[in-house]
Ligand binder design. Structure first.
Ligand code: GDP
Ligand code: MG
Length: 232
C-alpha cells in the first residue's frame, strides 16, 4: 500500500496545457480567513495585503507532478454570499477534495468549521477528502487558537489532513498543495486498482464543468484488460 510520504511530488512553475489527470478542489471557510490569498500564493507566489473580497467564486489552476503523472489542480475559491449558494453547491458536488480554512486569530472562524463540514458532507460526493487549514500562522501575537485544537478537530472528524499556514509569508502553502496532489494521486491509484478487480462498483471522483462525469485516463494495457468501464 502506498502512502503520501512514499511519493515524489513537485509543483510545476509552467502552466503547460498538457496533464494526465485533473481534479477540482473547493476552498471554503469564513470570509477574511485568507482563502483567496492561499490560492493565489500557491498558484502565483504572490501576496497582497489588501486583497479585494471574492465575489461569487474565483478559479486558479496549476500543475503538480506526482511520480510519473502531471496533475492539474483546479482550485475553486468561494465566497460566503448567500446569493451564490446554489452555484457553490454545484461545485461541492463535482469536487474531489475540499479545503476548509480558518484563521488562527479568529475563534468564530474555527467554531464555524462544523458548519462548513456539514455543508461538505451534505452536498458533496461521499468519497470527498477534506483538508483543514489554520491560516495566518504569522500572527503569533494575535493567536487565539492552538495548533492542538486544529489537530484535535482533524482527528474528531477523521479528516484527511491538518496544517497551519501563512499565505503572507508562504509558510507551508506549497506543502499543503503538495499533500493535496498526493492525496488525489493515491485516490486515483486506488480507483484504478478497484477497476482492475472484477465486479467492483466505482464511485464518482470527478466531473467536468458541464457536470458530466470525466472518465479517468488509464494506461492502454488497463484499457485492453477491461474493455468497458466508467467512473460513476
Ligand atoms: P478570504 O475572504 O477568505 O478569501 O480572505 P482573503 O484571502 O481575501 O484575505 C483576507 C485578509 O486577510 C486580506 O487582508 C489578506 O491580506 C489577509 N491575509 C490573508 N492571509 C493572511 C496570512 O496568512 N497572514 C496575514 N497576516 N494576513 C493574511
Ligand atoms: Mg476570497
Amino acid at each position: 500500500m502506498l502512502f503520501r510520504s512514499d511519493l515524489n511530488c513537485q509543483i510545476l512553475s509552467d502552466d503547460s496545457p498538457s496533464f494526465d489527470l485533473s481534479f477540482k478542489i473547493i476552498i471554503v471557510g469564513d470570509q477574511g480567513v485568507g482563502k483567496s490569498c492561499l490560492a493565489i500564493k500557491a498558484s502565483r507566489n504572490y501576496f497582497e495585503d489588501f486583497y479585494s473580497p471574492t465575489v461569487g467564486f474565483e478559479f486558479v489552476s496549476f500543475n503538480v507532478r506526482v511520480q510519473d503523472k502531471i496533475i492539474k489542480l483546479q482550485i475553486w475559491d468561494t465566497c460566503g454570499q448567500e446569493v451564490y449558494r446554489s452555484l457553490i453547491s454545484s461545485f461541492f458536488r463535482s469536487a474531489s477534495l475540499a479545503i476548509i480554512v480558518y484563521s488562527i486569530d479568529t475563534e468564530d472562524s474555527f467554531n464555524n468549521n462544523e458548519k462548513w463540514l456539514n455543508d461538505i458532507k451534505t452536498q458533496s460526493n461521499p468519497d470527498i477528502k477534506i483538508f483543514l487549514i489554520g491560516n495566518k500562522a504569522d500572527l503569533e501575537d494575535k493567536r487565539r487558537l492552538t495548533k492542538e485544537q486544529g489537530e484535535q478537530l482533524c482527528r474528531d472528524h477523521k479528516l484527511a489532513f491538518f496544517m497551519e499556514t501563512s499565505a503572507k509569508t508562504g509558510f507551508n502553502v506549497q506543502n499543503v498543495f503538495i499533500q493535496v496532489a498526493k492525496e488525489l494521486y493515491l485516490q486515483h491509484e486506488e480507483i484504478k486498482n478497484r477497476i482492475s478487480r472484477p465486479g467492483t462498483l466505482i464511485m464518482p471522483i470527478n466531473e467536468d464543468s458541464n457536470n458530466n462525469v470525466v472518465k479517468l485516463e488509464i494506461e492502454e494495457e488497463e484499457k485492453t484488460k477491461r474493455k468497458k468501464f466508467c467512473c460513476f
